[in-house]
Design a protein around this ligand. Sequence first.
Ligand code: ADP
Ligand code: MG
Length: 242
Amino acid sequence: MALLTCRGLRKEFGGHPVLDRLDLTVAEHQVVALIGASGSGKSTLLRVVNLLEQLDDGTIELDGEDISDPRVDADRVRRRIGMVFQSYNLFPHLTVLENVTLAPRRVHRRARAEAETQARELLARVGLVDKADAYPDRLSGGQQQRVAIVRALANSPRLMLLDEVTSALDPELVGEVLALIRELKADGMTMVLATHEMGFAREVADRVCFLDGGRVVESGPPEQVLGDPTQPRTRQFLRRII
Ligand code: ADP
Ligand code: MG
């Protein structure tokens, strides 16, 4: 069964369509990579799924529930979705442990001890438990981004949305973040990720969707979309970036 079904999504900014009748289905445990030129609508798509932007038309179903219904409690929906951005967005005045436990304690109303135990377990898994009491500015970009991913995982999300999570990193730090995403996939996490890393998309994604002008122009297995695209616009895009 599909975990996420987007049908006919339309989003305009200033009268200009940014998502244009976009359809996307993501099965449980599937990893979908969104590729496409800057401005093609990748971030907007992830943001509407996380209810950070209001749709002009279309429906989004998560786990069979229509989350695009305006009567839906957006906070409740976001508890089931983990989102990570290009700029890690950690709270600078909170320690790593406080960053990770904030949502579980406030939103999920977990007891402090329980939230901290879970946070330390997650941090241990990504090799950062020794940084639990450090402030973000003491961490490298790669470490901060891994903490941001752990923070999203602390909510036990059904779906992870990752928006260019390696784009702001120095090249030598990209690998450690990609390794963590690889591990999430091995654990069966359902993910939609916007990425410029074509090699990584090819390796980790079950399906690659090429966006152009707010529509999915081509979608399929990575080896097909990236290796033998059928659409001229996909070919043009891949020629430009490789
Ligand atoms: P991508 O992530 O693929 O680079 P975006 O979804 O960020 O693309 O942007 C798609 C288009 O929507 C761009 O033309 C961008 O300028 C526009 N856009 C995105 N967010 C806003 C906003 N809040 N207000 C106005 N225009 C926006
Ligand atoms: Mg973007």
